[in-house]
Design a binder for this molecule. Structure first.
Ligand SMILES: Cc1ncc(COP(=O)(O)O)c(C=O)c1O
Length: 362
């Protein structure tokens, strides 16, 4: 018997899904947040070019891929001085989030700290390792307890909140004093609107050293590559080495064609700029429509979601939107304190976003 895991949240949305699907003009699905735009051609070409690969790929990834990741961290996020050996490709970032506590040796009796409102897989990962979970808003909420691992997620899923440099710096100092590993999930770092987000490895945060720090990156949203399963982790060379050793033994390997596709995606910034512009335009349409329909939008200064409320129970809001054929995620999927918000994803075609706006306008 494994650990007791929470119910898979999306299963509880079945009734609302059926309601939304019955809308005569079809559903507008803004729930899961799955990319809908075409995979950029340069990435598809790179994938196809290495389809004849009978041999095993390396767990560590090709040198080209690791170099491209080092360069992307410098070019897009101002993180310099990373060693390509300290980059490790992952099969999307969800598996890394789910297995990181186990791979780091976190075990029963240990504590994993996660944001109060959080992507559900942080909790799942802690439970898979047999550890306890503390949902905390700020370090003081931990009291005297010292976690083995602390997760950050800025920009946040679901709230779109961005943590400022000074806050991140304090967390890093606090964690280093106590030997706590800080894992920063940075999958929305390229998608900022009203405020700039920085990596945990930004020298203003890290002091120029990756000690005790891991940055978890994903190409799912920035390059519309969710279907390829493409991510990487980088940071403290000793921690990455440990992850690599176990992942080699466990067969946690990114397929070779995906490694090539990732390399091409990381070498090109234009498609990321283009994708960002698509989401920005959709965000504007949805935001105005929601405000016009009486919603309040909290945080949401970055990332791929609007964190919206009508100051009522989250399920009532989700039900009302489902009656308009618009499917969203109740905030409770991300933690108990999300009980008065819904998370509305920007991941639908322009046509579907316009349909949602028209329905919200009545
Ligand atoms: C905060 C966060 N982390 C990680 C993931 C996993 O993304 P992927 O496995 O596609 O890289 C998601 C997906 O939505 C997410 O929102």
């Amino acid at each position: 018997m494994g650990p007791a895991l929470p119910d898979f949240p999306w299963d509880s949305l079945a009734d609302h899904t059926a309601t939304a699907r019955s809308h005569p003009d079809g559903v507008v699905d803004l729930s899961v947040g799955t990319p809908v735009d075409p995979v950029p051609e340069l990435i598809r070409d790179a994938l196809a070019a290495v389809s004849d690969q009978p041999g095993y790929p390396t767990t560590h990834g090709t040198p080209e891929l690791r170099q491209a990741a080092v360069e992307v961290m410098a070019r897009r996020f101002g993180v310099t001085g990373l060693d390509p050996a300290a980059v490790l490709p992952t099969i999307g970032s969800k598996e890394m989030v789910a297995w990181l506590p186990t791979l780091l040796g976190v075990r029963a009796g240990d504590l994993v700290a996660i944001p109060e409102l959080a992507y559900p897989t942080y909790e799942v990962g802690a439970l898979l390792a047999g550890a306890e979970v503390a949902r905390v808003e700020g370090l003081t909420a931990l009291g005297p307890r010292t976690p083995a691992l602390l997760w950050l997620n800025s920009p946040s899923n679901p709230t779109g909140r961005v943590l400022p440099i000074e806050h991140l710096r304090k967390v890093v100092d606090w964690a280093r004093e106590r030997g706590v590993v800080v894992a920063s999930d940075e999958c929305y770092l390229s998608l900022t609107w009203d405020s700039d987000a920085v990596s945990i490895l930004d020298p203003r945060v890290s002091g120029g050293s990756a000690e005790g720090l891991l940055a978890v990156h994903s190409l799912s949203k920035s390059s519309s590559l969710a279907g390829y399963r493409a991510g990487f982790v980088t940071g403290d060379p000793a921690l990455v080495k440990r992850l690599l050793e176990i992942r080699k033994h466990a067969g946690m390997i990114v397929p070779r064609p995906v490694q090539s596709a990732m390399t091409a995606a990381l070498r090109d910034d234009q498609h990321v700029v283009d994708q960002r512009a698509r989401y920005e335009a959709r965000r504007k349409v949805l935001r105005e429509a929601l405000l016009g329909a009486g919603f309040r939008i909290d945080h949401s200064e970055a990332g791929l979601y609007l964190w919206a409320t009508r100051d009522e129970d989250a399920w009532d809001t989700a039900g009302w939107l489902a009656s308009l054929g618009i499917l969203v995620a109740p905030g409770t999927f991300y933690g108990p304190s999300g009980n008065r918000h819904v998370r509305i994803a920007l991941t639908a075609t322009d046509e579907r976003i316009a349909a949602a706006a028209a329905r919200l306008a009545g």
